[in-house]
Design a protein around this ligand. Structure first.
Ligand code: 13P
Ligand code: SF4
Length: 374
């Protein structure tokens, strides 16, 4: 296996604040909005409902953001979904403004796909450790060192990294796309998530070199403790997002994206589940399966490090007040360098065409050029 060292990104260490909060990727946690009171919550929701109509806007939320932003998106005709469906929905919806609650790469992808729409986010500083850990200069050098390889990047990357890629994938479609590339004779350069890349390589047998990035949330799940929890709940099935370490994936009954985890919870023959992904997922898992019981997979524990509470600090930065403010004032508008857009769009369009073909039963593999073909 070839890997390159992860770019050193300073995730700040825990600091016990006056409020006793020890879990801190400090910049992000300091920006997490306070919980509104019931009266404030009702007023903010009313304001957002009104502004969405006035501004011809629609909400696009990820499963990891606050339940208020998930429920309001659905109630007002928007969507709560995984990163792949968020991209497709934003591209296809006729609204002139998209309010994306999630992290920055999701807003950027929406903007690349719809440059004429206004794309707003509650907090533009909501980023992702995978994006931070894959700066374009180093990534370009890595690509230059492997000119014979097809460049496949995860959606959790900057517009500039996407503009260097041949294919974009999310965890919903990475296996299918890499398998098709392998079948067509491609050797692959993969970035940035090492766990997801390694999982895809194990499953497909593709020839892959990997960038050495990680998700600070999923990287914290622990196999030893998960085995102990399985013993406490012997009938529980284990659902794992593939950004988790290999020894955690090895204990899974189902491995997949956020939407695949939701599907497995609905379809697997079990009443209890242990879930190894961001605990923002619990809202949808529990509301769609009220008769089932969901346990969080163990990390080192809330007080262990600034990253180990199984919730993404950047996702947590999204709140009702930020959505209302963005809609009211136009603050939080995503911009992407127009010079980058046409090239960054290519790998995204390929992914969306491939997955559309796959879901409609068309031969998606036909969309992958064969190496050596004229
Ligand atoms: P999904 O594509 O599964 O929604 O995941 C996005 C993400 O950031 C997971 O940490
Ligand atoms: Fe990035 Fe992990 Fe947060 Fe997802 S959960 S946005 S991969 S840091």
């Amino acid at each position: 296996m070839t890997t390159i060292p992860i770019k050193d990104v300073e995730y700040e260490q825990p600091v016990a604040g006056a409020d006793g909060v020890v879990c801190s990727t400090r910049h992000a946690w300091a920006r997490v909005p306070p919980e509104p009171s019931p009266a404030e919550r009702a007023a903010l929701k009313d304001q957002i409902r009104r502004l969405l109509k006035e501004k011809n806007a629609v909400m696009v939320s990820h499963y990891y953001v606050h339940p208020d932003l998930q429920d309001l998106a659905e109630e007002t005709g928007g969507i709560v979904s995984d990163s792949l469906e968020m991209a497709r929905f934003g591209r296809d919806h006729p609204a002139r403004t998209l309010v994306v609650s999630g992290v920055r790469f999701m807003g950027e992808t929406a903007k690349i796909l719809s440059p004429d729409k206004t794309v707003l986010m509650p907090d533009l500083d909501a980023t992702c450790s995978l994006d931070l850990g894959c700066p374009i200069d180093e990534f370009s050098a890595f690509c230059d060192a492997h000119p014979d390889r097809t460049v496949v990047v995860y959606a959790n990357t900057s517009a500039a990294v996407k503009a260097r890629a041949d294919w974009l994938v999310t965890s919903s479609c990475a296996l299918d796309i890499v398998r098709a590339l392998k079948d067509a004779g491609h050797k692959i350069l993969w970035a940035p998530d090492r766990h997801l890349g390694d999982y895809i390589r194990r499953e497909t047998g593709a020839d892959m070199v990997l960038w050495n990035g990680a998700c600070i949330v999923h990287d914290e799940f622990k196999a030893f403790e998960l085995e102990a929890l399985k013993k406490e709940h012997p009938n529980a099935k284990v659902l794992v997002h593939p950004e988790s370490p290999a020894d955690v994936i090895a204990l899974a009954d189902a491995v997949g994206s956020t939407s695949a985890i939701l599907k497995a919870a609905r379809t697997l023959d079990a009443r209890e589940f242990i879930v190894a992904t961001d605990n923002g997922m619990m809202h949808k898992l529990r509301s769609l399966n009220p008769d089932k019981v969901f346990y969080e997979a163990p990390t080192a524990g809330n007080s262990a490090t600034c990253k180990s509470c199984a919730h993404c600090p950047w996702m947590a930065m999204n709140g009702l007040a930020g959505v209302a403010h963005a809609l009211q004032t136009g603050a939080g508008a995503i911009t992407v360098d127009p010079a980058l857009i046409p090239r960054a769009r290519q790998p995204i369009d390929r992914m969306l065409a491939f997955t559309a073909a796959l879901h409609s039963g068309q031969p998606a593999g036909a969309l992958v050029p064969h190496i050596g073909a004229a």
